[in-house]
Design a protein around this ligand. Structure first.
Ligand code: DOR
Ligand code: ZN
Length: 343
């Protein structure tokens, strides 16, 4: 096969930031993706309907002229989130989901949830009105090893929370473990996004031969056996797994730092990488499900009508960095030749 035409993809988990960074990175996503779920972890975070409406306007203003890209907005759940405001934002179609960060789990998560009992009312409302919850699924207990934080979260928080609030539709974001894959397969009303980079790297890529800050993200990449489980899930066609790149730009000075930020920037080359990974598995036939069909189905949105075509040829190269008004951002290096380009 040398060409592959698929429905236009969506990105179900994306960081666009704000200001000059937003202007610099948005064209990279808008080039190939029709829609994206926009993460609300700005500083300060997007917590009210008003914040979301204003952020959406800034995204629309930063969009390239000829682009139909549609941002799907989210609210950042806090223990003080006003239920009326949340309901109203959903009713007018302003927000597509709500994002739950355990306080301290990742970049700009300080105002996240400390005690899950304190967001029960908000979550019950969401279950009632059918508003999905995106979860960053890692515990923050300092006693739990960072490589175990996802598995412990599933057992101690996610599963009890779902039993407590039946009917809540949950997206377990950027799963990184076989435990995560197995949990999604065994349960209803839950799906998972999988990032591009977690299909490619394991923890050796971060730590062997010198520390590689551009491969550091959260949840941190795990052992190879977990990466293999993610590849199997993503390429299986199972409707409960779909693409959320978690493309998370930070300028190089903040990545290459004594306390480097978490995040891999994959917006630029994601589709070439995914096509390569799916082809290596002999699963190009399920790429469209992962990038373009399973996500809309779970979010109860129509799939995109138009298509993109990927063509296989000589290795395709991408810039090592993109320049943004905020500074240079390194593009994720998949450490393998890529042969598929969007034409
Ligand atoms: O690697 C990550 N970067 N993981 C997250 O959860 C947040 C993100 C960011 O905002 O930089
Ligand atoms: Zn993220």
């Amino acid at each position: 096969m040398t060409t592959l035409t698929i429905r236009r993809p969506d990105d179900w988990h994306l960081h666009l930031r704000d200001g000059e960074m937003l202007k610099g990175v948005l064209p990279e996503t808008a080039r190939h993706f029709a829609r994206a779920i926009i993460m609300p972890n700005l500083v300060p975070p997007v917590v009210t309907a008003k914040d979301a409406a204003e952020y959406r306007d800034r995204i629309m203003a930063a969009k390239p002229d000829n682009s139909d890209f549609q941002p799907l907005m989210t609210l950042y759940l806090t223990e003080d989130t006003n239920v009326k405001d949340l309901r109203a934002a959903h009713e007018i179609g302003l927000i597509t989901a709500v994002k739950l960060y355990p306080a301290g789990a990742t970049t700009n998560s300080a105002s996240g949830v400390k005690d899950f009992k304190n967001v029960r009312r908000q979550l019950e409302t969401m279950a009632q009105i059918g508003l999905p919850l995106c979860i960053h699924g890692e515990v923050t207990d300092p006693d739990v090893d960072i490589f175990d934080r996802e598995a412990v979260f599933i057992d101690t928080i996610l599963d009890p929370l779902r039993r407590d609030i039946p009917g809540l539709r949950v997206i377990s974001e950027h799963i990184t473990t076989k435990d995560g894959v197995d949990y999604i397969r065994e349960n209803k009303d839950i799906a998972a996004t999988i990032t591009t980079h977690h299909l490619v790297i394991n923890r050796n890529h971060i730590l062997v031969g010198g520390i590689k800050p551009h491969y550091y993200c959260l949840p941190v990449a795990k052992r190879e056996q977990h990466r293999l489980a993610l590849v199997e899930a993503a390429t299986s066609g199972d409707p409960h797994f779909f693409l959320g790149t978690d493309s998370a730009p930070h300028t190089d000075d903040l990545k290459e730092h004594a306390c480097g930020c978490a995040g891999c920037f994959t917006a630029t080359n994601t589709l070439s990488i995914l096509a390569e990974v799916f082809e290596q598995e002999g699963k190009l036939g399920t790429l469209e499900k992962f990038t373009s069909l399973n996500g809309p189905a779970f979010y109860k949105l129509p799939a995109n009508q138009d298509t993109i075509t990927l063509t296989k040829g000589d290795p395709v190269t991408y810039p090592a960095k993109i320049d943004t008004g905020a500074g240079p951002v390194t593009v994720f290096d998949p450490l393998m030749p890529l042969h598929w380009r969007v034409t």
